[in-house]
Design a protein around this ligand. Structure first.
Ligand code: GDP
Length: 200
């Protein structure tokens, strides 16, 4: 199966606010997480070459798990962005608990793309999420997005620093340079995605 063809078949499935609202826990699920404004929606759209994910939004509307189907067994999940300054603590706690439950309980979860703005990598909640994922033995691949905002040498230096920081989590956590805008790093990201979807 061709990964690009599979991704081009993307269809919006449903939005969930509780784990019980998600599709039956079967098949393959790959999730996109990241701080708000890291470019998570742009990365999803670049992956699928479609404008499915919502790139202009208000915090309230994005507090949902958005489920997209690629075929009968494979799904992409757009998790709510985190790190909004304005979100009340009660709501924040709810989402933290939900994401923690999702990582621990979701059997079909095969891998996590964690989107970071390359100029602000590895913020507090990124690290918490990474630790939850590693505890559940779910692989995490970090996309250091917006690399077009830096020079090649600045990007490389950031990647080196991130690789050093994630070394204790090896081999579960990996990282690469990415730009949703310029499509830099897309073929490397596809190589990571294919086995998560059970594709050679
Ligand atoms: P989200 O909140 O994480 O879903 O982020 P969005 O995808 O909505 O992107 C937030 C902002 O960053 C938007 O203004 C995007 O145009 C911009 N953005 C996203 N990816 C890139 C990128 O690779 N390069 C640049 N220069 N800007 C980007």
């Amino acid at each position: 199966m061709n990964i690009e063809t599979l991704l081009s078949q993307i269809k919006f499935d449903l939005s969930a606010v509780k784990l019980e609202q998600l599709p039956f826990d079967d098949g393959y699920e790959v999730v996109f997480v990241g701080r708000s404004n890291s470019g998570k929606s742009s990365c999803l759209n670049t992956f699928t070459r479609k404008g499915m994910a919502n790139t202009s939004k208000t915090p309230g509307r994005t507090q949902q798990i958005n489920v997209f189907s690629l075929d009968e067994t494979r799904r992409l999940i757009d998790m709510p962005g985190y790190g909004y300054a304005k979100v009340p603590p009660r709501i924040k706690k709810h989402w933290e608990a939900l994401m923690d439950d999702y990582f621990r309980e979701r059997r079909c979860l095969r891998g996590i793309f964690m989107i970071m703005d390359i100029r602000h990598p590895l913020k507090d909640f990124d690290i918490i999420m990474m630790e939850w994922a590693v505890a559940s033995q779910i692989p995490v691949h970090i996309l250091l997005n917006k690399a077009d905002k830096l020079t090649f040498s600045e990007s490389s230096k950031t990647l080196l620093g991130v690789n050093k920081a994630i070394a204790p989590y090896a081999p579960h956590v990996t990282a690469q340079i990415f730009s949703a805008e310029k499509k830099t790093g897309l073929s490397v990201a596809y190589k990571v995605l294919k086995p998560w979807f059970g594709i050679n």
